[in-house]
Design a protein around this ligand. Structure first.
Ligand SMILES: CC(C)=CCC/C(C)=C/CC/C(C)=C/CC/C(C)=C/COP(=O)(O)OP(=O)(O)O
Ligand SMILES: O=P(O)(O)OC[C@@H](O)CO
Ligand SMILES: [Mg+2]
Length: 233
């Protein structure tokens, strides 16, 4: 059976540490036509703010996934369709590749493998919190990014390769190279998508575009435009 993200074009990522625009509710964001909601962020994440956002997004008819930035913020909530666990292929420390994961498995006795998948991140914006946090080597050419994508797919059997430009729009040549390098894996692209055009430019290459800050900064109309671009591409 193919994984659900095979059929997705668009994901909205909601950061529990960020505000929503005045007058916008979590329900409004769920109703933008996005294929799935990922709840996660790098800094300021707690079990309590995760729970609050997952509760607010539940029962709006859109599949909900938690994307934890560390083992201690993973929540057990039936409203979650699943857990998308990052592993950062170009991290500076093995802790962010397998170390945190080893600790999670060691500490948590009740992991629900049926609902758990990994995302093979390639972090590309050196100015993003996630790059600092994981000490990622972001100085990568298109051929190196393509090689990481191939390693993720062919050697590590990753179902999702996530090209992460969080906060800035990616280089089309690099996104195209990652797209050419992935065959079985679903290519997620995230970073700097702010309107129809930027969404379309990345959705041309990526299987799934991920929109983050736009939902917090601009709200539902802007997010809807990106949903439209993702389905037009
Ligand atoms: C083993 C478990 C359960 C967790 C470990 C998970 C790992 C490896 C986390 C590394 C960091 C990471 C990839 C977090 C995912 C969320 C993410 C990329 C958020 C976006 O980050 P930024 O945009 O840099 O952050 P802000 O927007 O919050 O500044
Ligand atoms: O916030 P933006 O820049 O849209 O990035 C989306 C997502 O890839 C962040 O993890
Ligand atoms: Mg960000």
């Amino acid at each position: 059976m193919s994984p659900p993200w095979d059929d997705w074009n668009h994901v909205l990522k909601i950061d529990p540490d960020k505000e929503l625009p005045p007058g916008t509710t979590y329900g409004d964001l769920c109703a933008t036509g996005t294929d799935a909601i990922e709840v996660g962020g790098t800094m300021g994440i707690t079990e309590a703010n995760m729970e609050a956002v997952v509760e607010a997004c539940s029962e709006h008819g859109v599949p909900l996934y938690q994307e934890p930035s560390s083992p201690d913020v993973v929540i057990d909530n039936e409203a979650l369709e699943g857990y998308l666990i990052p592993t950062v292929f170009n991290a500076g420390s093995p802790f962010w590749i397998t170390g945190a994961h080893k600790e999670w498995v060691r500490i948590d006795n009740g992991l629900d493998w049926e609902r758990t998948a990994t995302e093979a991140y390639i972090v590309m914006n050196p100015d993003a919190d996630v790059a600092t946090y994981t000490e990622a080597d972001c100085d990568l050419d298109a051929d190196e990014v393509a090689a990481y994508a191939t390693v993720a797919e062919r050697m590590f059997g990753q179902e999702i390769v996530y090209l992460e430009y969080s906060g800035t729009l990616g280089d089309e040549e690099i996104v195209a190279a990652a797209s050419d390098a992935t065959d079985e894996a679903t290519l997620f692209y995230g970073g700097g998508i702010h309107d129809y055009e930027s969404a379309y430019s990345m959705a041309r290459y990526a299987d799934v575009i991920v929109v983050g800050d736009l939902g917090h900064d601009e709200g539902v109309d802007a997010v809807r435009e990106t949903v439209e671009a993702a389905s037009d591409s």
